[in-house]
Ligand binder design. Structure first.
Ligand SMILES: C[S@@+](CC[C@H](N)C(=O)[O-])C[C@H]1O[C@@H](n2cnc3c(N)ncnc32)[C@H](O)[C@@H]1O
Length: 128
């Protein structure tokens, strides 16, 4: 097991260092979420699974600063849908379209598990 912060080195420490596989992202800092999701969307061979993407955990009016990860709790709300909305081009993190959408290269689906499991899959890996 390697314990480290990859917020500013997702490509270098993960995507360029290992054979493509599945990233399970279960950490809440805004910048970490943003960098991992954005980096994976630039590739066509990595799958990304993100915990805590349920609308129930999403506070559309977050008041905590994006650069203060230690403050994030279920009471404050989670950033996952905020970041997904920003990256996938929707204004409202509670927009239901975020639960199932696609770009030219990727599909996103948020499965209705208790905490909401977001799955980002490159279309190149989906058989017709
Ligand atoms: C919700 S817990 C994950 C629990 C884990 N999935 C499990 O089942 O044991 C989030 C973890 O991410 C870690 N974490 C938060 N920000 C991080 C970062 N920037 N880099 C590495 N780890 C981070 C936290 O310390 C915490 O241990």
């Amino acid at each position: 097991m390697i314990l480290c912060d990859v917020t500013d080195s997702v490509e270098q420490d993960i995507l360029d260092s290992y054979a493509p596989g599945i990233i399970y992202l279960d950490a809440h800092p805004w910048q970490l979420l943003k960098n991992v999701i954005a980096a994976v969307l630039c590739r066509d061979d990595w799958l990304l699974v993100i915990h805590d993407c349920s609308p129930i955990l999403c506070n559309p009016d977050m008041t905590i600063p994006k650069d203060e990860p230690s403050l994030i709790t279920a009471r404050t709300g989670h950033w996952e849908r905020h970041v997904l909305a920003e990256v996938f081009g929707l204004d409202d993190p509670l927009d239901p379209r975020l639960n199932e959408l696609e770009t030219e290269t990727h599909r996103l689906r948020v499965f209705g598990t208790q905490h909401g499991l977001g799955v980002v899959v490159p279309k190149a890996l989906i058989s017709a």
